[in-house]
Design a protein around this ligand. Structure first.
Ligand code: MF3
Ligand code: CO
Length: 291
């Protein structure tokens, strides 16, 4: 999988340095880990410094779009109104909403209320009500680079139960983030998230997870939040992915709406929450690129 370069050749990452002065030790470490049975990232998903700079510009837009939603979201609005806010703000800043026409998705953003786990499609008929918990999931393409993050919003007077779900889910992301460090595994992060959700009596959705991102909207690896510590891909510096657990107040089971083929609901009708951040594994630990 890793093409062996001559030590004096320019490094594959495009930094201009010789291979031996740049990624040689990195590659040797990964090859050693692979021999020990770990899943290692392929070279094409390890981001170079130039790519990281460009991806950060995309992230900056995504953050501003979500800030803009945060300023305006309120009871009485339709989910279509949120779609308009996202489309207008993103395009004003020179970006393209990544969901629009992605695998046939018809809108610019996903808006998921209460027992909708994710991929809620904005429409004119759906009105935000006092007491709703709402996930707004924004993704931006800018100059060919991708960003993705989502936040929860509590509309008006939300029940203590739902508010707790929102807060615990946010803390799940934080617990997972604390496990992001070079040469740990994605499973270390997943287990921290799943353990904290379970401690609070909640369950984490299994079938849908996070993903690599940057050069594409969705890249390898698939990021589970129910896998065990020590399993799944090794977090090599330069790996970029989302942390976006979907946490259900009830059981973990979900189903997809048969009519639109997108909207995911909890099977038992219990509320579900999700926060999403985008992170980069660095030599020292992590960097949060988007939230
Ligand atoms: N933004 C979602 C994610 O976090 C993906 C939505 S795909 C779409 O991965 F087509 F529904 F937008
Ligand atoms: Co995502």
């Amino acid at each position: 999988m890793y093409k062996k370069l001559d030590r004096n050749e320019p490094c594959w990452c495009g930094c201009g340095k010789k291979y031996k002065k740049c990624h040689e030790a990195f590659d040797e470490k990964l090859i050693r880990l692979e021999h020990e049975g770990y899943i290692i990232p392929s070279r094409d998903i390890i981001k170079t410094p130039e790519q990281i700079e460009k991806i950060k510009e995309s992230c900056k837009i995504n953050i501003e779009v979500l800030d803009y939603v945060a300023e305006h979201i309120k009871a009485g609005m339709t989910t279509e109104d949120i779609d308009k806010l996202v489309y207008e703000k993103t395009t004003q800043m020179g970006g393209i909403p990544a969901p629009l026409n992605y695998e046939g998705y018809p809108k610019s953003v996903c808006v998921s209320i209460d027992d909708v786990v994710c991929h809620g499609i904005p429409c004119d008929e759906e009105i935000l009500q006092d007491g709703d918990i709402v996930n707004v999931d924004c993704s931006t393409e800018y100059k060919g680079y991708f960003s993705d993050s989502s936040r929860m919003f509590c509309i008006g007077d939300v029940s203590p139960e739902k508010r707790k779900l929102v807060e615990v889910t946010k803390e799940c992301v934080q617990r997972g983030l604390e496990k992001v460090k070079p040469w740990a595994t994605l499973g270390d992060m997943a287990q921290a998230i799943n353990d904290y959700a379970k401690e609070n009596g909640y369950s984490v959705v299994r079938e849908i997870g996070g993903h690599g991102i940057g050069l594409e909207f969705h890249e390898d690896p698939f990021v589970s939040y129910v896998s065990k510590a020590g399993t799944d891909m090794v977090m090599a510096p330069g790996l970029m992915f989302t942390i976006e657990p979907m946490v259900n107040a009830g059981k973990a089971d979900v189903f997809v709406d048969e009519d639109d083929d997108w909207t995911v609901f909890t099977q038992d009708g219990s509320p579900s929450a999700q926060w999403e951040i985008m992170v980069l594994v660095t030599e020292e630990g992590y960097e949060v690129l988007c939230y």
